[in-house]
Each structure stands twice: as C-alpha cells, then as structure tokens.
Design a protein around this ligand. Sequence first.
Ligand SMILES: *Cc1c(COP(=O)(O)O)cnc(C)c1O
Ligand code: SF4
Length: 438
Amino acid sequence: MIYNSRQQNIAQLIENDPLKSKWKNWKWQLRHAVKSLDKFEELLGVQFSNSEREELKKTFNKFPLAITPYYLSLIDKKNFRNDPVFKQSFGGIEELITLKSEHEDPLSEERDSPVEGITHRYPDRVLFHVSNICSMYCRHCTRKRKVGDIDFVPSKEQLKKGIDYIANTPQVRDVLLSGGDPFMLPDDKIDWLLSEIGAIPHVEIIRIGTRMPVVLPYRITDNLVSILKKYQPLWINTHFNHPNEITASAKEALAKLADGGFPLGNQSVLLADVNDCPRIMKSLLHKLVQNRVRPYYLYQCDLSEGLSHFRTPVGKGIEIMESLVGHTSGFARPTYVIDAPGGGGKIPVMPNYIISWSTNKVVLRNYEGVITTYKEPDRYEQKMCDRECENCNLDLNLNEVDETRAIGIEKLLSDTDGTISLIPEDNERILRRDEDAG
Ligand SMILES: *Cc1c(COP(=O)(O)O)cnc(C)c1O
Ligand code: SF4
C-alpha cells in the first residue's frame, strides 16, 4: 500500500481533506517537514513530559530536527521509543553528551579541502558537497555540525569553484556528489551540475550519494530519472539502515532508478539499538538485493559529536560480518569499514580467515570452522617488476594505463621503489640519528 491509513491520518492533520496526490508530491512533503517538537507530538499523537520537552528543545537547538511526513509515518506510535525510524530521525537528549574523543569534523574533511565544497583525500576521486540540507536530518549524521546548520544551498558561482578544481585536477576520474543531499537541489540545477562535471574529459564516472529513496522516495520522479539518464555512467548510493525502511514507496523509487540503468549501492551505519543485530542486518541486506541494490559499505559509527549512544564496539561489526560471510550471497554482503579519524580514509575490517602459512601452504578456516589448506604452486616465476614494460612477458599494449607511483604499503611491496620502511615523522630514534649526523 503506497498510501496507508497511518499516512492518511498524518496527511489529514497537516491539511484538511488532502488529496492522495499531494502526499506523493515531494515538494508538499518538504513544505510540511516536521521541524518542531510541537508538530512532532501533534502528528504522531504522543506527548513528552515537561522536563523532557525542555531537554529536547536544547537538543534541537544544537542539532536541528527535520522529518518528512512520509518518514514519520513509518514510526510505530505504540512502541515509538524503541522504533528504529524514531531513533534515526527524532533522536533524544543523549545527543547533548559530548565526549573528549569526539570532534566536530572527525574525518578532517575540511583540512583535506582544497576549495570550498571539495574533499580530496584519495588520489583519483573527490567528494563534492553540493548541498548543505537534507529532507530528514539523521540523528547519526557524521556531518552533524555542518549539515542543516544554516539552510544553505550553494549558488552556481560557489559550485563553479568545485567544478573548476575538478577540471584543473586531471587525476580525478571519479566524482562523488554528496552533501547534505544532492537531490535537495532542483531538477534544473542537478541537470546543470551534471552537465558541467560530465563535460570534463578526465571524469570517467559520477556518483551520487542520496538518502531520498529512504526518507522521501517521491523525490525520485520520472523527470529526475530522465535527467540523470543523460549522464551515464552514473552510480547511485543510498542509505538504508533497517528493513522497516524498505516500504512499497521505497521499492517503487528503487525500481525507477534500477530501470533507469543506474547501478545502485547502499551504505549503512552500524547503530546501537537500531541495527546492531545479525538477524536485522541480514534481513535488510536480503531486502536490498531483492530490490536490485548492492550492499556497499557498513560503516562503524564515526566519532562525531553527540553520537556516543549510537556507537557499538568494533567487535559487533566483526560479529555481524562473521554471520554473513558464507552464510549468505556474496553480493549481499557489504564491506565493513572504519573511517579513520583524522582523515585516513576508509579501512576495511574483517574476521581473520588465514590461520597460518608456510612457503608452500596456506592454512585457512571457513565460515563453518573447518580448517583447510591451500597448496601453493611449487614453481612460480617471480615477476621482478622494473617497469621496463617492453621487455616483460606480459602484454601491456594498452593506452591509458595507470601511471601513478606506488604509495603507502604498496610502496613497500614494490620492486621499483627502494623504500624498506615507513617511519612516523617524529620517531625519536631517527631524529637522534639526524642530530648525531648534524
Ligand atoms: C568515502 C569517500 C570517498 C569514496 O570512497 P570509495 O571507497 O571509493 O567509495 C571519496 N572521498 C572521501 C573524502 C570519502 O570519504
Ligand atoms: S542524509 Fe546523509 S548528510 Fe543528510 S543528515 Fe542523513 S547522514 Fe547526514
């Protein structure tokens, strides 16, 4: 049912005698987004105590409240305090708690920002923040302090700075549009932005990160899809965290995107008391793949301010991965990652499967606990790569192959780079050597 009785009731409270077509109009949904405690109480039909109201108001002064009527309609009123949609959208006074280990910008996105709006962290791809607003403000948002702070949609001139940076940086082959939510921009601005970025010769793919299919699926209109179709290859990533979010409306939005020909991915955040359970997670992942969405990442909750109540130990994520590997389809399984505080990027984390190793055998264990051996080849001719590709027996007769030099751990494995160790900048032993020499 696209328009059920719960939704009808909410629509009735917003507007006398609303038409069903209004409920499915994304602009109507945005206009009536719930942004105050009073409105929330009225539409859900619940009441908080006076003391709780005071604290909640302080919370919403610090981190703004916004819930689309559609997303609100997913909350089970009878058991609302325990409801996963309630916890993600309404939050609570725990958000006022700030720990020493938390930061406003835990991933240092601003320090890695060459121009306003761009985070350039990895060699070949950039994150481009094209909007500061969302239709629903996730209480667990990693950009909590920034998103929704001031309702801010960058002008074309401001976006142009980011576009120019990409155009002037030839190593960028992958542009990830994020925000806020890029689909908060009007259709004509999205069209313009994609045409500008799509026209840059070295940009091979564009990706869009959006939570619209989850919180405002009616945003995925035929008009939007027909605009997006002009800019293939375009990858779209969304953000479902709980199986309850996969409703008839969400399915319809996902089907439109999948039929439009966009590969769909999903990034979930591991959230205490929302989805920190192998059974809930598996149900979510299965529903995603049924709707042609490939689970991409499962994020360990970041060290952003006010998120301590959402964080689980890393062990919980590993336990969930253990329950997935081998137990379900390989493509239903996301990669569990910790986004390194300070800006190191995403680090994949897995249970251990290699138990031991000799010169010709690897000892592994499988998901059932069976311990097995893989016999390695007795003879393997080492390819000592000196980058003299003409004399190599591999055929590298290709244009446009990667020319970049090895960095990081890759450097330690390289035959052409003489580096034997990576040493922290302030290593005392090495500093002492330099002093002695000097
Ligand atoms: C996540 C992220 C990307 C994209 O990373 P992938 O692993 O390629 O999905 C790019 N830039 C920044 C700053 C990111 O946080
Ligand atoms: S949709 Fe994304 S950017 Fe917007 S509030 Fe949620 S997590 Fe933050």
